[in-house]
Design a protein around this ligand. Structure first.
Ligand code: PMM
Length: 296
């Protein structure tokens, strides 16, 4: 396998939280179900997200929504590979959202620079081997099981310390399998085996997850807990697209807490939010303002 380009300096030197825009090449995602299922539409959408300020485009071919059934591997490959290839050719920094080693390998061969595994290597043992051999950025998310069972696995005594400890166990297992610590980005896995209020302590105590010493990615975008927060007087959760402003607010707060990246569907609001957070923290160190991209 070829070794990855490092992330472009233009990304690593930004001095702010990155924004990852989501392109779900699926007919059934909970948040944007079916809108980008056609490869041409998916590529156009990815490029739109870049134009709106996405630093990275995350391409996924399998819905992870609660209750979702698995997609056959051939179908997942058929969905994502043309989209990854075209976005890479157009100059986008592409991340591949998959739990499958075969898909991960094909996508990085096609030029993806980030491997985003919502199972953190638990779904397929071979994934760690692919990440290790390849050597690029590997996002390991907190996960307890696939979409069909995950809500039944949502039992916590203390969600923050348990997620931290389960992520630490993943980190150790990945390193044992040959992945370098410096490759790994960790993610609390909001909404995954966490249907409701358990998501808030995770956001409020990102510092506890930061104890693990790795950069964090946060994916709150359009998730159920935001729908519940914004429920109308009848108690009906706000619909997924009605959660975008709240998502941008989470992005601002997560950026202020120092996360490496936020993963969102609606990029424009979060692109502004991470810039606000950067200018805010930069103003604590006056000399930083002179050099930052957020001058003025
Ligand atoms: N959430 C979804 C999918 N992939 N990847 C990471 N790293 N973190 C997340 O929170 C995450 C993810 C949920 O599915 P969606 O694409 O339908 O929002």
């Amino acid at each position: 396998m070829h070794h990855p380009e490092p992330l472009p300096a233009a990304l690593t030197a930004l001095g702010r939280t990155l924004v990852m825009g989501v392109v779900n090449v699926t007919p059934d995602s909970f948040s944007d179900g079916g809108r980008w299922f056609d490869p041409g539409a998916a590529v156009r959408h990815g490029l739109d997200l870049v134009a709106q300020g996405a630093d990275v485009v995350d391409v996924g071919g399998e819905s992870t929504r609660p209750g979702a059934a698995r997609v056959p591997v051939d179908e997942e490959l058929r969905r994502v590979l043309p989209v990854v290839r075209e976005l890479v050719a157009a100059g986008a920094v592409v991340s591949i959202d998959t739990t499958r080693a075969v898909v991960a390998r094909a996508a990085v061969e096609a030029g993806a620079l980030i491997l985003n595994d919502v199972s953190g290597g638990l779904a397929e043992q071979e994934m760690a081997g692919v990440a290790a051999e390849w050597g690029g950025v590997y996002v390991a998310m907190h996960w307890r099981g696939h979409g069909d069972v995950m809500d039944s696995l949502a039992h916590y005594d203390d969600v923050v310390t348990q997620v931290r400890d389960e992520l630490r166990a993943r980190l150790d297992a990945l390193v044992d399998a040959g992945v370098r610590l410096e490759q790994v980005v960790l993610d609390p896995g909001l909404g995954f085996a966490k249907p409701g209020a358990d998501n808030w302590p995770l956001l409020a105590r990102l510092d506890v997850l930061q104890e693990l010493g790795r950069p964090l990615l946060v994916g709150a975008s359009r998730k159920r807990f935001l729908g519940h927060l914004l429920a109308g007087p009848d108690g009906e959760p706000a619909p997924p697209v009605g959660r975008d402003r709240a998502t941008a607010a989470v992005s601002a707060l997560a950026a202020a807490a120092g996360v490496w990246c936020v993963r969102v569907h609606d990029v424009a609001g979060s692109a502004d939010a991470v810039r606000v957070a950067a200018a805010w923290s930069c103003a604590r160190e006056p000399q930083g303002i002179e050099d930052g991209e957020h001058r003025g």
